[in-house]
Design a protein around this ligand. Structure first.
Ligand code: SF4
Ligand code: SF4
Length: 465
């Protein structure tokens, strides 16, 4: 039973969508891409490098752990560049490939297709059975199946919420009950939102909430890849079971290759399988619609129907006009993407894994000690942003050789900070200028970065300022 009654979306009221299951090459691709993305989502929060998380967004501490580096609030420029890179990547790939993100990589699609719909089919049956049951009266069996389905959905929602929050709170802490109450509160909120989405909201998220869906029309053009129906070959439609009339171009080997017109009636037998499988509840034969998420289920549905008559699918990935890789839009987005990527890499190459600032301690600029030496006191704030523990040593530069500093070596664990008083003294005989240049070099002995800080040493001297 494909379409006993229409479940195509009405403009004013929502008609529940009962997607028919479908097999095909794009669904296999979807399965593999979904598995790969879920592997990343589920596994990465458990990985660590040199004792620090491989990737973790620690919002309370305002830290991002990423592949052995730790980015803090002072690295905001990297976060901005990462955000811009993600945005321009989306713009660039949308201009070339349309909504492939929606169809194959968006978590909404992945979780609905890989978890929710299979669970629904397992518990409630295939499309026709579900439609008939929903239309029928409530019974003990109907209540039991709905209860089982929603319980399973709640389980999936809770699991996904735990995994998502693991990226922020840390997987070990969250799954062992050691995370903060705020983290578990977020799990509760995410679980509720995801359950609502899985159980009821579904395709409406793409149609009414997702910002990417709203502006993707502005990012693509007639040359972007879309899923479309070849009305030239398909129309006028024939009744199901009517013998096919082969037209020119019907024996092409790829569904991407459209063209040719059927003689007399069109090749579409109006079986509506492409409509029945659509998770968005649209009929692609009515032309391109913003609701289409380019999931290619309709292509997989039409392919075997047309193959029976030796034809390629009437639906395929194509563009409204001849597609060129190089055009103003792709060049602009590609250029911006490259510029942001290059800036990120350049800044990253120059970024130090040790973060240090040295400021004067509160009080007078200098003190003349009882032995006549001039003393300046600073506060050194040192943070180890590398993914391994470090042993730091210090050396002074710029001052005469007999200057002395009280600054013993220090060990810092990964992500640890320390504030150290730095006392620098200079013999009275070396004092001439009021201001002397001073540098402090911080050497990481375990292979990390070394940096130098520049400051000044103040004296009661009379030369200069
Ligand atoms: S029309 Fe086809 S590609 Fe578009 S959402 Fe429906 S099934 Fe997916
Ligand atoms: S699956 Fe193909 S043949 Fe059937 S209605 Fe859709 S376009 Fe026509």
């Amino acid at each position: 039973m494909l379409v006993e009654e229409t479940d195509v979306k009405d403009a004013s009221t929502r008609a529940w969508v009962y997607p028919l299951s479908v097999k095909g090459r794009f669904q296999r691709l979807h399965r593999w891409s979904g598995l790969a993305l879920q592997a990343v989502l589920f596994v990465v929060p458990w990985l660590s490098l040199h004792g620090a998380p491989l990737v973790r967004i620690d919002i309370p501490a305002r830290r991002l752990y990423a592949f052995g580096s730790i980015f803090t609030a002072q690295d905001t420029v990297f976060l901005v560049l990462m955000g811009l890179f993600a945005a321009f990547s989306l713009f660039f790939f949308t201009s070339l490939f349309g909504r492939l993100w929606c169809g194959f990589a968006c978590p909404q699609t992945v979780f609905l297709e890989e978890w929710i719909r299979p669970i629904e089919r397992f518990i409630e049956g295939e499309r026709g059975v579900r439609m008939a049951r929903d239309k029928g009266a409530w019974s003990a069996e109907k209540i039991a199946r709905k209860a089982a389905k929603f319980t399973a959905f709640a389980g999936v929602a809770g699991l996904v919420a735990m995994v998502v929050v693991s990226w922020f709170a840390g997987a070990h802490a969250l799954w062992t009950g050691a995370a903060s109450m705020g983290a578990y509160g977020m799990v509760g909120i995410f679980s509720a939102v995801l359950f609502l989405d899985f159980a009821w909201f579904r395709e409406q998220f793409c149609n009414y909430v997702c910002p990417y869906a709203r502006f993707q029309g502005a990012l693509s053009d007639d040359e972007s890849l879309i899923v479309s129906y070849n009305a030239g070959r398909g129309e006028p439609r024939r009744a199901p079971g009517t013998k096919a009339v082969l037209g020119a171009g019907t024996l092409l080997s790829s569904s991407l290759a459209f063209g040719g017109e059927a003689a007399g009636t069109g090749a579409c037998i109006d079986c509506k399988k492409c409509v029945a499988v659509c998770p968005q509840g649209i009929d692609i034969r009515e032309g391109f619609q913003l609701e289409c998420i380019a999931c290619a289920r309709c292509i997989d549905a039409c392919e075997p129907i047309m193959a029976k008559n030796g034809q390629v699918s009437l639906i395929g990935y194509t563009s409204l006009s001849k597609s060129r890789w190089i055009r103003p839009r792709t060049v602009a987005y590609g250029g911006l993407l490259s510029a942001v990527g290059a800036a990120f890499l350049a800044l990253l190459a120059g970024r130090s894994e040790v973060q240090a600032t040295m400021n004067r301690a509160p009080g007078p600029l200098y003190v003349v000690d009882a032995d006549g030496w001039v003393r300046n006191t600073y506060l050194l704030r040192l943070t180890n942003n590398s993914a391994k523990a470090e042993h730091y040593t210090f050396s002074l530069g710029g001052l005469p050789a007999d200057a002395e500093a009280a600054l013993p070596p220090v060990d810092l664990a990964t992500d640890a900070s320390v504030v150290l008083p730095v006392i620098v003294r200079l013999p009275a005989g070396d004092v001439s200028s009021r201001t002397l240049a001073l540098s402090l070099t911080i050497d990481a002995q375990e292979g990390g970065d070394s940096i130098s800080l520049a400051t000044t040493f103040k004296t009661p001297g009379t030369d200069g300022t």
